[in-house]
Design a protein around this ligand. Structure first.
Ligand code: SAH
Length: 364
């Protein structure tokens, strides 16, 4: 099935306003509109971001008489877990979230010895139509609201706390959707995720990665926001001819433009950019492509780049497969030989369709 590129999300209504949609000023205004004293704003933020409570009935420092109006105005129950499945001995857990309008999308929690990483969605579905990606084949249903993005983080943080499994240290926008196609809401969500208490979860921006298919102007804009986050660019091949077919948005912003934008990001932020490369057997894994990738990246980004090779996770109906290990090793060797750091990403969640590119929530 060939999908169309879609930049503008279909005009579906976003959910009602939630506390997590608001910045500190917005929350102060909302609290005033409810006729509550100003100090309640900080208290509500502390309950939500600090104590990870999203139900005002559990906010014991809030007068019982105010709880209902606060719930109505600021805490609609945006997400319901429709299913939760785990693998890797419980160290990888996928949640299928159902929104108020029954749109669904997924988030994946991965536990490692020294970190907990949550892979979150920024859109329901995706409009970028990358041919090897399950979400890309599904098309775009709608953007997620800021609060729907933030709620994925709150829920996972609360779950980790309740199981005594430590804090959430890393957030990757590598679930469903193209984060930079839902730009303003994603940036607002990043601010809530990284803001110190009481107006955010206080997760270090260094632990937050925004992954993009390569929307060059939006990459530059993101650099100028000075969020301190890591940028990942899904390149998948160094040449335009093949990239046009794998990543259709390449017909709009070509490899050179994407790498220029990545360089701008690295210069402005001082942060090394990650390059994502799904290694596909006999498609983009040839030695000459590894050489070309290394050369182009070294020229464009010098030391400010790291290549993450992702063994292709086959999606239903796909003819494609991951490259054999010797081919993968040779690819790594050649990229490194050009002076570019390169590693292979470990693949989590394959058997529960929770690995990169496998997220495809059923719609309805
Ligand atoms: N839209 C964002 C986030 C997508 S998911 C982006 O394109 O970066 C995160 C990564 O998984 C991307 O690099 C994406 O290209 C990759 N990916 C998609 N499908 C995959 C598959 N079947 N196997 C391996 N990686 C895949």
């Amino acid at each position: 099935m060939k999908q169309q590129l879609v930049f503008e999300a279909p005009r579906r209504a976003l959910p009602p306003r939630h506390l997590a949609d608001l910045d500190a000023d917005g929350l102060a205004t909302a609290v005033a509109e409810l006729g509550l004293p100003a100090f309640r704003a900080k208290q509500l933020a502390q309950q939500y971001y600090g104590r990870l409570i999203a139900d005002p009935q559990q906010m014991t420092d809030l007068p019982a008489t105010a709880r209902e109006s606060v719930a109505d105005a600021l805490f609609p129950k945006l997400l319901t877990a429709a299913s939760e499945i785990e693998c890797d001995a419980g160290e990888t857990r996928k949640t299928l979230w159902r929104a108020l309008d029954h749109t669904s999308f997924e988030a994946v929690l991965m536990r490692y010895p020294r970190r907990n990483t949550l892979c979150i969605s920024s859109q329901a579905g995706c409009g970028m139509a990358c041919v090897f990606c399950a979400t890309g084949q599904q098309g775009l249903t709608r953007n997620l609201s800021t609060a729907e993005i933030v709620e994925q983080v709150r829920a996972a943080s609360a779950e980790l706390r309740d199981r005594d499994q430590g804090r959430l240290s890393n957030i990757v926008f590598m679930g469903m959707g193209e984060p930079l196609a839902n730009y303003a809401r994603v940036v607002a969500a990043v601010r809530r995720i990284t803001a110190p208490a009481p107006h955010g979860f206080g997760i270090s921006p260094r632990g937050v990665t925004v992954s993009t298919v390569g929307l060059a102007p939006a990459i530059r804009k993101l650099a100028d926001e000075q969020l301190g986050v890591t940028l990942a660019v899904s390149l998948h091949t160094p040449d335009d001819e093949l990239r046009d077919t794998l990543v259709p948005v390449n017909t709009r912003w070509q490899v050179a433009e994407v790498l220029d934008a990545a360089r701008y990001f690295a210069d402005v932020t001082g942060r090394r950019v990650s390059i994502e490369y799904a290694l596909i057997r006999d498609i983009n894994d040839q030695p000459w492509r590894a050489d070309l990738l290394g050369k182009k990246l070294h020229k464009a980004l010098g030391q400010l780049v790291h290549v993450n090779l992702i063994p292709l996770n086959p999606t239903p109906g796909s003819q494609w497969d991951a490259s054999p290990k010797p081919v993968e090793r040779e690819f790594v060797r050649r990229v490194r030989a050009q002076g570019v750091s390169c590693t292979v990403r470990d693949t989590r969640g394959q058997e529960i369709a929770a690995a990169c590119g496998q997220l495809a929530a059923e719609q309805g």
